[in-house]
Structures are given as C-alpha cells and as structure tokens.
Design a binder for this molecule. Structure first.
Ligand SMILES: NC(=O)c1ccc[n+]([C@@H]2O[C@H](COP(=O)([O-])OP(=O)(O)OC[C@H]3O[C@@H](n4cnc5c(N)ncnc54)[C@H](O)[C@@H]3O)[C@@H](O)[C@H]2O)c1
Length: 445
C-alpha cells in the first residue's frame, strides 16, 4: 500500500517507519527542511530506542522516503496521515493551526479519492473541521473529488514507541465510511496477526477516546501524588501504600508511582485541552481541574523540600541534577519537571550541575541560553561529575544508570551527602545507612 505521513516527529516518524517495515511504501513529509535533509542522510531528529535501525533499513530498501513536498506524493498515495503537532494554545485548547494547514494543502492538491487520517491528538469535532477545510479548497478549484476523514489516534509511549506501535494494546479507528473501514483494516492487518486489536467506532468517539485515555493515566499519577503528600504529613510511608493498593487487580501497579509530577508532550496538554472542551459545552470538569492543579504543584516538590532543609535563600549552594527528560528512554523535555526545578533553583540563588544520558542536546536548545552563559547551569558529561562539591543530589528522571549508583564515589564527590529523590529510586534505610541524608516523595523522614 502507498501512504503518506505528514509530520515527521515522534509519532509521524515512528508510524511511517513501522508501516514501511510491514512492506508498505511510505513517504514522510515535513516542513522542516533540516529534519528532512538529515533523514535523507540517515540522521534521526529524535532519540527513540530501535527506531534508527528500522528507518535506515527501510530507507535503504526504498520503502521509506522523506520529502518536504506533499505534492510529490499525491499521485501515488491513497492514505494521508496527519501527524503534526497540536500544542496547547494560550487558553489551553489544542492549537489546530498545523492540522488545518495540512488539510488545506491536501485539498489544494487532491486528484483522486483519498482517506485523510487524523493521527495527531485532536479535540472532538476536528475531523469535521478537517473535512470542511479540504472541501473548501476543492470548491475553490471547482473540482468534485470524494474523500473520507478518519480518526486514528496514536497511543505509543516515547521510549517504547516501536514496541507500542508494532504490538499495540488496541488500534482505535473512528470512521462512518465502509470504504475507509476496509482500507484501514487492510493497512493494520499485519499488526493484528496475533489477535484482533482494532476497535471501530464513530469518529467523535475515537477523538474522545485518546483524551480520555491520557486523562485517566494523568489522574492516576496525580492521585498517588496527592496520597504521597498526605503520607509526608501523616508519618506514613507511601511505598507501602503503593504496594498495598497496587495489588488490588481493580487498581493495578501501573501509573501509581509517586514522583515530582508528569510532563511530556501529551499528558499536560491533553488534560488542558479536555478541560477546554468541557468549557465549550458549559461543563465544569472538577476531576480534571484538580489533576492539572495537583501536577503543577507536584513539579515544585523539590523546591518545597529544599526550602524545608535550607530555607528560601539558596545562594552559595550548588546542586547536582540527575535527569532532564520528562521520563527515561527519551530526549523529550517538553513540560519536563526538570525545567521547573532549574528555574526554581536559579530564582532562589542556587547553581546546578546537570547530567542526562540522552537529553543534553535538547537541553542546549530548550533551556534559556542565559542560564548557561551566566554559569548558573552547567551541563556535565557524566553522572558523577554532576556531584563535584555539590550540596545535594536532586534525582529528577529515573534513568537506569541512576538506580544503583556508586555510593562511595558519590560520598567522595559531594560536599553535603544529601539526596532528594523525586522518583523514589532508593531504599531510604539503605541510603541512610551509607551516611546520606535522604528525602523521597512520600517517604518517612
Ligand atoms: N509524542 C508522543 O508520545 C505522542 C503520542 C501519541 C500522540 N501524540 C500526538 O501526535 C501529534 C504529533 O506529536 P509529536 O510528538 O510527533 O510532534 P512533533 O512536534 O515531534 O512533530 C510534529 C512535526 O510536524 C511537522 N509539521 C508541522 N506543520 C507541518 C506541515 N504543515 N506539514 C508537514 N509537517 C509539519 C513539524 O515540523 C514536526 O516535525 C500530537 O497531536 C501529539 O499530541 C504524540
């Protein structure tokens, strides 16, 4: 099958590469010329385990091509996936500018029946807007061409994206067109070999399913964070509570790890967008509002601990920061708790030595350049260098090399042997027995 994926970011590149891996002929389109030029030389714009090999293999075997020109693919493709970003607008609603720009471009170029698939996360009703935008362009050209707009939200997780795409829990397809349903069924057949995973539904239902899924996961995180805050105040160890509730099959162990808040390009913006959608139908989403608020507050967990330990003025102090990406396995720093932490450290007068196994380049681009120029934030090349003469370690992202660190080397490097563990990676008693002062989220002091 020939298909086109517009938008070559995390979702577009992974989807395009995985569809090509199944034998399809895939063209990935992006407006970012540098990204496309890099991909044409085998250079990936993002870090995602396993992706490079699949991209390079399919590129070499000419099943996967990259271009900045959508026009190049119009003749051969029947399927157009829209996988561009839908960042939050100023009011929190999903900004559909990129999605609708692609829709208009498709309308402007369409020559034959095609299926346009919304893979980006888009609010309920967006497929109608995409349809209208395409139709408007066709009307301007005074041509009559049939097309269908389908919703096919993506559920991959950064850091495990290839596995998630190849072996999805479910494939949600929203369409009311039998023709589109047949083609989508055929496209996804190789991903359903083991058992049927596709759930067909109406377009609007599919659009809502994606927001409901992310909001549910965000709710679990904010819920356990709330419990952990109560534990800190009530002399209770949240780790025991976590194990105690997770063993209940109705609750489960996933997504109930307390921590310093969720980040990334999805949960924060999708919860906010669903809150906006609720507002549009005059409904007050009390649960979602609290989920969002709790998360904002949770990103300040480190600052609260530092204030309790050192007071509000941190001038003269330097902290080692382990982890910048919003979670392990990715270089993505969008909405990462580390950004809030660094801003808080600097505004309290402290300095930071920072290390992340993968996200150092992203940090150079995403953090304010004046932080580096002033010397207040210094990126270092290994985790122990980030501890040289520091007044404490702040563990933000639970990368594997941070799990069982060399405590003796840490002892030698750190001025003050204090660990603030924002992801509860360590057993407090063990760490304390090694002579460290230890603070974990919801753990006994
Ligand atoms: N990142 C994730 O883990 C994830 C998971 C599921 C769903 N999603 C959703 O998928 C969508 C894409 O997310 P992402 O993280 O891949 O975004 P991204 O920012 O990594 O990539 C988007 C790409 O679209 C390109 N683009 C913008 N306008 C374009 C245009 N007119 N024509 C061609 N290309 C254009 C950009 O240059 C960029 O490369 C979002 O709606 C997101 O919510 C993301």
């Amino acid at each position: 099958m020939h298909l086109t994926v517009v938008g070559t970011g995390y979702v577009g590149l992974v989807s395009g590469a995985c569809f090509a891996e199944m034998g399809n002929q895939v063209t990935c389109v992006d407006v970012d010329q540098n990204k496309i030029a890099g991909l044409n030389q085998g250079i990936l714009p993002i870090y995602e385990p396993g992706l490079e090999a699949i991209v390079q293999r399919n590129f070499k075997e000419e099943r996967l091509t990259f271009t900045t020109s959508l026009a190049d693919t119009m003749e051969s493709s029947k399927l157009f996936f829209i996988a561009v970003g839908t960042p939050p607008g100023e009011d929190g609603s999903a900004d559909l500018r990129y999605v609708l720009a692609v829709a208009r471009e498709i309308g402007n170029l369409l020559t034959d029946y095609a299926i346009i698939v919304d893979k980006s996360t888009v609010p309920v009703g967006t497929a109608d807007l995409v349809r209208d935008a395409i139709q408007e362009e066709l009307d301007k050209r005074q041509v009559k061409i049939n097309f269908d707009v389908v919703s096919n939200p993506e559920f991959l997780k950064e850091g495990a994206a290839i596995d998630d795409f190849m072996k999805p829990d479910r494939i949600v397809i929203g369409t009311e067109s039998p023709r589109a349903q047949d083609l989508m069924r055929q496209l996804y057949a190789p991903f359903n070999r083991n058992h049927e995973r596709t759930i067909f539904m109406r377009v609007r239902d599919a659009e809502m399913t994606k927001y409901a899924a992310n909001s549910m996961l965000a709710t679990k995180i904010s819920f356990i964070n709330e419990i952990s805050n109560l534990c800190e105040l009530m002399d209770v160890d949240v780790e025991n509570v976590r194990r105690g509730i997770g063993s209940d099959g109705r609750i489960g162990f996933s997504f109930i790890y307390p921590g310093c808040g969720y980040g990334g390009s999805c949960f924060p913006k999708d919860v906010q967008a669903l809150i906006r959608m609720a507002g549009d139908v005059d409904y007050v989403p009390e649960v979602l509002l609290s989920v969002e608020k709790r998360n904002q507050q949770q990103k300040r967990w480190f600052s609260r601990q530092l204030e309790k330990r050192f007071g509000t003025d941190l001038s003269g102090l330097t902290f080692g920061v382990w982890g910048l990406s919003f979670k392990p396995g990715t270089d993505d720093m969008r909405e990462a708790p580390a950004k809030v932490l660094l801003a808080d450290l600097l505004s309290a007068g402290a300095k930071a030595l920072v290390y992340d196994p993968i996200a150092m380049d992203t940090a150079q681009q995403e953090l304010p350049s004046e932080w580096f120029e002033s010397g207040d934030v210094k990126l270092v090349s290994n985790q122990y260098e980030a501890l040289q003469q520091v007044d404490g370690l702040l563990l933000v992202t639970e990368w594997k090399p941070f799990r069982n660190p060399d405590l003796a080397a840490m002892s030698r490097s750190m001025r003050e042997k204090i660990i603030f563990d924002g992801r509860n990676q360590y057993e407090p008693d063990y760490i304390r027995n090694e002579g460290f002062e230890y603070y974990g989220v919801g753990r006994l002091v």
